[in-house]
Design a protein around this ligand. Structure first.
Ligand SMILES: C[S@@+](CC[C@H](N)C(=O)[O-])C[C@H]1O[C@@H](n2cnc3c(N)ncnc32)[C@H](O)[C@@H]1O
Length: 234
C-alpha cells in the first residue's frame, strides 16, 4: 500500500487541495478536531499526506512534525506555502523519532493504509510520553464490507455486504467526482484488529466515535463512514 500511495500522490494532492471537495472540508475535520488535546511539547501528524491537518494543527498552536512514507506526499507538504512545520519521509512502522519525544500522535485516515498495523501502533506508543495521546480517524470497517447499490433516491439506496467483516481484504477503490479521480488503496480490517493492536501497544482507549455524513440527504447519513478513537499511553 505504501508504494501505491506514492504512485497516486498527484491525484491525492489535487483531491485534498480542491476547496470543499472531500469530507475533510465538508464535515470530517470539524468532527475530528474536538477530540484532539490542547498543544503540548510536540505533536506528530502520522501519514500527513499533503499536509492539510498539520497546517490546521499548527494554526491551533501545536508544534507539529509531519511524517509520511511517500516522498511525493512529504515533498508536497513541505512545499506548501503555509507549511511552517518540519516534514519527514518515514514509515509509521519504524519512526525516526526518539522514545517519549511527543505528547500527541494524530493518525488521520492513514492506519487503514499502513501495511504493518501492529508495528505502527508499537512505534506510536514508543514515541509517546506517559499520558500522551493517540487520536485516530479511519474508514469505518462497516463501510468497507461492501457498497451502496445504485438508486435514484440517495437515502433509500441499500448497502450490500460484499465481503466478510472478519477477514482482512485488500481494497483499491476508484472514486470519480467533479472532474477529479482518486484511487484509494487500503485494507479492510475488522474493528478488533485495530483495538487489539492499540491495546497490545500499551494504549488505553478513552473514546470511540462513529461518524456519518451530517447532511440528512446523503446516503452516509444512516451508515458510519469513519471511526474515531482516542487512546492514552498508560
Ligand atoms: C488517505 S491519505 C491521508 C493523508 C492526510 N492524513 C490527510 O487526511 O490529508 C493516507 C496517507 O498515509 C500514508 N501512508 C501509507 N502508508 C504509510 C506508512 N507505512 N507510513 C507512513 N505513512 C503512510 C500515505 O502515503 C498517505 O499520504
Amino acid at each position: 500500500m505504501r508504494d501505491a500511495w506514492d504512485a497516486h500522490a498527484p491525484e491525492w494532492i489535487a483531491w485534498a487541495r480542491t476547496p470543499a471537495h472531500d469530507s475533510y472540508w465538508q464535515f470530517h475535520r470539524d468532527a475530528f478536531l474536538p477530540l484532539v488535546p490542547a498543544p503540548g511539547r510536540l505533536s506528530l501528524d502520522l501519514g500527513c499526506g499533503e499536509g492539510r491537518l498539520s497546517r490546521d494543527l499548527a494554526a491551533l498552536g501545536h508544534r507539529v512534525v509531519a511524517l509520511d512514507a511517500s516522498p511525493a506526499m512529504a515533498s508536497a507538504a513541505a512545499g506548501h506555502g503555509a507549511t511552517r512545520n518540519p516534514v519527514v519521509v518515514g514509515d509509521a512502522a519504524a519512526l525516526p523519532i526518539r522514545a517519549e519525544a511527543v505528547d500527541l500522535v494524530v493518525a488521520f485516515m492513514c492506519l487503514q493504509d499502513v501495511d504493518a498495523l501492529e508495528d505502527a501502533l508499537l512505534e506510536t506508543s514508543r514515541v509517546l510520553g506517559p499520558g500522551g495521546r493517540l487520536v485516530v480517524a479511519i474508514t469505518h470497517p462497516a463501510s468497507t464490507t461492501g457498497a451502496f447499490e445504485p438508486g435514484a433516491v440517495e437515502t433509500e439506496r441499500r448497502f450490500v455486504v460484499e465481503r466478510s467483516w472478519f477477514d482482512r481484504a485488500p481494497l483499491a477503490t476508484v472514486v470519480e467526482r467533479d472532474g477529479l479521480s482518486m484511487t484509494f488503496v487500503s485494507e479492510h480490517r475488522p474493528l478488533q484488529d485495530y483495538v487489539e493492536a492499540i491495546v497490545r501497544a500499551g494504549l488505553l482507549i478513552e473514546a470511540l466515535r462513529e461518524v456519518g455524513d451530517p447532511r440528512p440527504d446523503d446516503k452516509w447519513h444512516r451508515m458510519p463512514m469513519f471511526l474515531h478513537l482516542v487512546a492514552r499511553r498508560g
